[in-house]
Design a protein around this ligand. Structure first.
Ligand code: 6PG
Length: 228
């Protein structure tokens, strides 16, 4: 079981997660580009981020200096509708000005172990992420870090098998690598997440609570996920 950690968790209830996330990403990108000349963004999978990704082209930024990473990917063919990368391409990246070489795909179609090893290579020399986007599953999972699954946290990227959320085979960044970020934003919507949110708020060691960046995490959460 992934243990929780004592990181500052700031809760922001909003009925417009996409707008709230877009503003934060825009500010973080402006600062990173000014200070370091590049911006490294880790995308969340699942369905919640789609509305945000669809609005990303609104940003006025130097896309040529952006790098896109993925927090996790499902071991499916690249054109499978359930691929996290396909959702991101269809919603945003297909006509983005971000150089293709700076969109760092997890080659999960190769199988978990090969794809994890390849992502470790891609991440070599890459320091702290600027922004990490994450979702929350109804069981408290985040990325492809699921309850009860020991993740060899020594590696930055790991193969996941027997995931309870289909497909069973996945690739995920580890909690430690996801925590190596200047900003971590969780995007949480859907009444089905209410129990997971309540568990998180009472300190249960769910996988989402194992993400511990120095600056703490910000959870953009829809009203329906909050206990009444
Ligand atoms: C995945 C995601 C997963 C997702 C949550 C929330 O590959 O399934 O990375 O961690 O973020 O399950 O998914 P929804 O946004 O669809 O509720």
């Amino acid at each position: 079981m992934t243990a929780g950690c004592l990181t500052r968790t700031r809760w922001h209830v909003t009925d417009n997660i996409a707008e709230a996330a877009l503003r934060r990403i825009a500010d973080a990108a402006t600062q990173s580009l000014r200070e370091r000349g590049c911006f490294h963004l880790v995308l969340a999978g699942g369905g919640t981020p789609r509305a945000l990704y669809q609005r990303m082209p609104e940003l006025q930024t130097d896309w040529s200096r952006w790098h896109i990473w993925f927090g996790d990917e499902r071991c499916l063919p690249v054109d499978d509708a359930e691929r996290n990368s396909l959702m991101a391409y269809q919603a945003w990246l297909h006509d983005s000005a971000i150089p293709a070489a700076q969109i760092h795909l997890m080659h999960a179609e190769w199988g978990g172990k090969s794809a994890a090893a390849d992502y470790l290579d891609q991440l070599r020399g890459v320091g702290r992420f600027d922004v990490v986007l994450l979702g929350l599953g109804e069981d408290g999972h985040t990325a492809s870090l699921f309850p009860g699954q020991t993740s060899e946290d020594a590696a930055d990227a790991l193969a996941v098998s027997h995931a309870p959320k289909p497909p069973p085979e996945r690739v995920s960044l580890s909690a430690r690598r996801l925590s190596d970020a200047a900003m971590v934003l969780f995007l949480v919507a859907g009444a089905g997440k209410r129990d997971a949110v309540a568990a998180w708020r009472r300190g249960a060691p769910i996988p989402a609570a194992s993400i511990c960046p120095l600056a703490g995490v910000d959870v953009l959460v829809a009203p329906e996920c909050m206990a009444t």
